[in-house]
Write a protein that binds this ligand. Structure first.
Ligand code: PEP
Ligand code: MN
Length: 352
């Protein structure tokens, strides 16, 4: 991304979806006026999780995207999810393609798409699969890499997560870091828009990606985000895009030994993920505690039930032994949990 002051970085921006010809061209012109991008993006076929939402404008949008690219003199990129999409995109001379998270997850589809890209010389970007399964990402990468002649770019867009999370898609940073470690010559860029799901988190995620030495960003940018037909909450204006990119801090690498830095980053990211999961699990546990509290209140049962607690301690110690954990530590931790559970339930029982 020349715009990002970093020699090898790639900046991809543009709307989530092409909606009208005017919207694509206006967005492109305004972005180009604010900042130097490497690719203009727009989704033509939108794979929505649920039916009856906007499913993209279809093939005619390819021409709008190509024309917008010509107007600002930039290559254009769109998502393909089938061989017929690939054919239509090639016919319209789209400059680069990406496989979405819902495609990477499916080896049948990636196989078919990779066949239709055999011998094709254009950049192909591969988003991580929806679920945090690195092997699916690797599989899609290998299939495409074996057949196309062009550069491959990997895009980190986060992973689905059951339960509450501050992200739309959990970053699981250790997965893209591991991909970077395995494929050091392949560009890894981050899509903070789909990780965040809202405008607020985008700059934080973007900075984190830069701190991890990723090679660029894909950010959904719309001329009028509020009225966007898809992903309205996470799209930003071209002016906001410029602000976010200009505010990024490119740090000097604090270790000259890149292998060491990567190994340490990888381990730290794993710790981050585990800690977040522990907190999410705490939240789940205390939600159940509250439900039990309500039940005990309705049925006039006491909060503290010694047999149940003895049972819990016994079974948790067994599990801890299996994992060779320090039993004294686990006992202390369980006591803490128990104290807090009793506090929460007593509060519920005392509620009028
Ligand atoms: C997109 O980039 O608009 C998109 C649909 O992304 P993903 O495949 O990451 O959900
Ligand atoms: Mn989108």
């Amino acid at each position: 991304m020349k715009a990002m002051k970093n020699r090898n970085s790639i900046l991809i921006a543009g709307p989530c979806s092409a909606e009208t010809k005017e919207q694509v061209i206006k967005t492109a012109k305004k972005i180009n006026q604010e900042i130097n991008i490497d690719f203009l993006r727009a989704g033509i076929w939108k794979p929505r999780t649920r039916p009856n939402s906007f499913e993209g404008i279809g093939e005619k949008g390819l021409k709008w995207l190509k024309e917008a690219g010509r107007v600002i003199n930039k290559p254009v990129i769109t998502e393909v999810a089938s061989t017929s999409h690939v054919e239509a995109a090639l016919k319209t001379e789209i400059d680069a393609l990406w496989l979405g998270a819902r495609t990477t997850v499916n080896p049948f589809l990636t196989e078919e798409i990779s066949e239709s890209l055999r011998g094709v010389d254009m950049p192909i970007a591969i988003k991580n699969p929806i679920n945090p399964d690195i092997n699916l990402w690797i599989g899609a990468f290998e299939r495409i890499h074996q057949k196309t002649k062009g550069d491959i770019i990997l895009i980190h867009r986060g992973f689905s997560y059951f339960g509450k999370s501050e992200y739309r898609n959990n970053p699981n940073w250790e997965i893209p870091i591991e991909m970077m470690r395995r494929y050091p010559g392949i560009s890894m860029i981050c899509d903070p828009s789909h990780i965040s799901g809202n405008v607020k988190l985008i700059p934080i995620i973007a900075q984190k990606a830069i701190d991890l030495n990723m090679n660029g960003l894909m950010i959904e940018t719309h001329i009028d985000p509020k009225n966007a037909k898809s992903d309205a909450k996470q799209q930003i204006t071209p002016i906001e895009l410029k602000k976010i990119i200009s505010a990024l801090v490119f740090k000097e690498e604090f270790s000259i030994n890149e292998n060491f830095t990567n190994a340490l980053q990888l381990l730290r990211s794993k710790i981050d993920t585990v800690d977040n999961e522990i907190i999410n699990l705490f939240a789940q546990r205390f939600k159940i505690i509250e439900e039990i509290g309500d039940y005990k209140k309705d049925n006039k049962i006491t909060v503290y039930q010694p047999e149940r607690w003895n049972e819990i301690i016994k079974s948790r110690i067994e599990t801890s032994k299996f994992h060779e954990l320090n039993i004294a530590f686990i006992q202390e931790y369980m006591d803490l949990i128990h104290k807090e559970s009793i506090r929460v339930q007593t509060q519920i029982l005392n509620k009028k």
